[in-house]
Design a protein around this ligand. Structure first.
Ligand code: ADP
Ligand code: MG
Length: 418
């Protein structure tokens, strides 16, 4: 069985929604302004709107649920979903009711009396430690609120948490026991698009298929690097992780950020690339400073004779030219991880060149990773790629070929053709 598409997963259109209470697990884990508490980026809220609007149009009583931040299983007003509800109300034109808790009589009564123009947004699921513990008892309390379940929270799909795994499992058991012939759990539109687009990279992507992997740490990305070596036509590496790879080849880069304990992992990946005859490209030049600060004076250095006191902060112009050309000419591109410390404008060139090349590429372009998406957004290019994933960790695990608990919990649900 193909483990990574939604082919045998019902989507929300397969549910009989009219008059039913539908629990929609959304990913409203959005960044908040530390001072004002307001939502600073509502991308994830917008991304869930089609599913919410569909359920409303079909006459369902909509219950939305999400985690926000890391309140560590305790009620913490800093992580309340109230400001998220306010933004959702603005975006959707609906009245958003937020009870004090996500379980118990409060939400139950609210759902009971729900009017046409209203939805319920439950308070932060992670105010209860049972959420992250995937606790059945907690999931049963959530199940008491609803008849149907939709998961649209791709960003949380790699977590076996109660609202992601135990809850749909319980609802499926409940449906099986009552002999239901139509599905009671399904994927939302966002979940479906995320899983289908990302897993298309595992199938037969149009070639050439180029992967660009950057970011800070080898440890975060080694899994996806190794998995992609089996599938792509060329792998381009940038960001700080490139220096650990160069170090594995015996190239010293002064004081650049290197993970000494990951050099062996990098060497293993280099060997694998050679055996599989997949070109693994590392930067041939770098933007170099002596101190990482906005107004540092910069120079361009190659891999030979790198200054001892130098710190590489971005790929250099020759590397950017090379990566840009490969990306523009590709039929499929997957990009995860910035090429440099893009948060500082003088070190954002390499990342910007890669982002613009993706936008200009006529093939399928897929981007994962919070910082990479942030870089795209900063450039106003988020709409210029085929798919910008809302899930960081989840998108990487999927591209690595791992199965995601939140996706598996929907698979083969009652009434699905499988
Ligand atoms: P994503 O969120 O897209 O998966 P990561 O979180 O893996 O990306 O990596 C992003 C971080 O990597 C950024 O904060 C960036 O500053 C850092 N980074 C990239 N290149 C370098 C570098 N040369 N030196 C230090 N940090 C870097
Ligand atoms: Mg990141």
């Amino acid at each position: 069985m193909d483990n990574s598409t939604t082919r045998d997963i019902p989507d929300i259109q397969a549910l009989e929604l009219e008059g039913k209470r539908v629990f929609i697990r959304v990913d409203f884990n959005v960044p908040l302004d530390k001072k004002t508490g307001a939502v600073t980026d509502d991308t994830r809220i917008r991304a869930a709107l089609p599913t919410i609007e569909h359920a409303k149009k079909r006459g369902a009583k909509v219950i939305l649920a999400s985690h926000l931040g890391r309140p560590d299983g305790k009620v913490d007003p800093r992580y309340s979903l109230v400001p998220v509800g306010a933004r959702l109300a603005e975006l959707s034109g609906l009245e958003v009711l937020v009870p004090d808790d996500c379980i118990g009589e409060g939400p139950k009564n609210l759902v009971q009396g729900l009017r046409d123009n209203q939805v319920v947004l439950l308070e932060n699921l992670r105010f209860h430690p049972e959420e992250e513990a995937n606790d059945d008892g907690f999931a049963r309390q959530l199940a008491a609120l609803c008849d149907l379940y939709v998961n649209d929270a791709f960003g949380a799909a790699h977590r076996a948490h109660a609202s992601v795994e135990a809850l749909p499992r319980l609802l499926r058991q409940r449906a099986a026991e009552s002999g239901a012939s139509v599905p009671t759990v399904a994927a939302g539109f966002l979940m479906k698009r995320e899983v289908d687009t990302l897993s298309s990279l595992l199938g037969e992507p149009e070639r050439p298929f180029i992967a660009v992997i950057g970011g800070a740490k080898v440890s975060d990305k080694i899994g996806v690097v190794e998995a992609l070596l089996g599938r792509c036509d060329a792998l381009l590496i940038g960001g700080a992780m490139a220096y650990t790879f160069l170090s594995a080849k015996g190239i010293a880069l002064g004081k650049s950020r290197i993970e000494a304990d990951k050099v062996a992992l990098a060497r293993r990946a280099l060997t694998k690339a050679e055996t599989r005859r997949v070109p693994l490209h590392l930067p041939s030049d770098h933007l170099v400073v002596e101190e990482v600060k906005d107004d540092a004076s910069t120079q361009v250095c190659g891999n030979e004779g790198f200054p001892e006191a130098g710190i590489a902060v971005d790929i250099g112009p020759a590397t950017a030219d090379y990566y840009e050309a490969l990306v523009r000419g590709a039929k499929t591109v997957f990009w995860n991880g910035p090429m440099g410390i893009f948060e500082m404008a003088p070190f954002a060139q390499g990342t910007e060149r890669v982002a613009r090349a993706l936008a200009a590429c006529e093939g399928t372009t897929v981007v994962g990773g919070g910082d990479s998406i942030a870089a795209l957004q900063k450039l106003g290019l988020a709409g210029e790629v085929t798919h910008a994933s809302t899930g960081g960790g989840a998108s990487l695990e999927l591209v690595e070929g791992q199965s995601l608990p939140g996706v598996e919990a929907l698979r083969g649900a009652v009434g699905a053709s499988n």
